[in-house]
Write a protein that binds this ligand. Structure first.
Ligand code: MG
Length: 126
């Protein structure tokens, strides 16, 4: 188990929070995700605009940490290896969205059609 996962498990055990129900942990991930999303309600700032806004970045940092903690705690309590499951999913996404096709710039002829063709093909498999 990695250092961060060990620290989260220790944190949970110290508080007798190491027997949470999976459904409650999944709900917590979504609730914290909603709190993260609240920082963007009624606006659609670019990455650079958000990075320049120190107050917003502070709030994003807190809520993103909550999401990550909840997600890692669920993995830890279900005895899932965080690195292993993330790398496995990255590999699946890389197959679904080949880098050479996805690197094309928005508006480049054919880009949108290729993207939606890949997406539609993937959805029809699942
Ligand atoms: Mg929160």
């Amino acid at each position: 188990m990695k250092d961060l996962e060990k620290k989260i498990l220790k944190h949970l055990k110290e508080r007798n929070w190491d027997n949470l129900r999976p459904a409650d942990m999944a709900k917590s991930i979504m609730i914290e995700g909603a709190e993260l999303l609240e920082n963007f309600q009624w606006e659609n700032l670019s990455l650079e605009e958000v990075k320049k806004n120190k107050a917003k970045m502070g709030e994003i940092e807190k809520e993103l940490a909550d999401v990550l903690i909840c997600a890692i705690q669920m993995a830890v309590l279900l005895k899932l290896d965080v690195e292993k499951i993330v790398l496995r999913k990255l590999k699946a996404v890389a197959l679904k969205y080949p880098a050479a096709l996805m690197r094309k710039r928005k508006g480049e002829p054919g880009t949108e059609e290729v993207y939606w063709k890949i997406k539609k093909a993937y959805r029809s498999k699942s």
